[in-house]
Design a protein around this ligand. Sequence first.
Ligand code: SF4
Length: 250
Amino acid sequence: MLNLQKGIIYGPVHSRRLGTSLGLNILGSRTKVCSFDCVYCQYGWTGEWENESKDIHLPEPDEVKQALTKRLSEIDYEPDFITFSGNGEATLHPRFSEIVDKVIEVRDKFSPSSKTAILSNSSEVYKKEVKQALQKLDEIIMKLDAGNAGVFSYYNQPRKYVDLDIITEELADMKNIIIQTLFCTGTSGNFTDDNIAKWFERIKKIKPSFVQLYSLDRGYPSESIGQVSMEELEKIKLMLEKENIKSSVY
Ligand code: SF4
């Protein structure tokens, strides 16, 4: 599994999805800060960060601005993306929207050809301020792995009450979003006929601009999940194509 990121800026990371991407970790380096506890999380299980929150230093918007300015002035190229990702769910940062504004300001000044992006688990989209800030980013990549509440509860294991129907409604209300879905087999997996059918109904409601389909790659904490083959993921892609929804298998 991956170690937690140590600073605010990490990488660049090279990936098929985002090319050369400079990562932004706005959640500190002490522990994973996430509203989910996905069975496949590359950072391992989510700890009791809610009880430790007084001891967790989350960087101020100006600290993020300074760190990004410094890194962009050190490198001699413009990365394809500047991406909010890192040690958990970035939208949990209480000053997320201010940080988005600062990051866009720095990008415009020092790396105007870079796009801004986020990998989010969608848990906070019900908050108006978060949704508005997300819409300012160039690539808004939002997680949707579950079609029904049961799978959502054992696969993503939300740490607080989050309603899958509300997430679906809020995502449907957003513009130009990309859905990312990670499928797994196994007793704790989401690759069942029932879940796929219900997930597909939600995707049709959301009408994303693109769907990213993938399965396990790096290490993961649960022993009751397994990898879905590329052939099986291609079948999902065909299903989406019939509804004129663009997608790719990674
Ligand atoms: S939402 Fe992302 S960071 Fe959080 S537990 Fe799931 S995979 Fe890990």
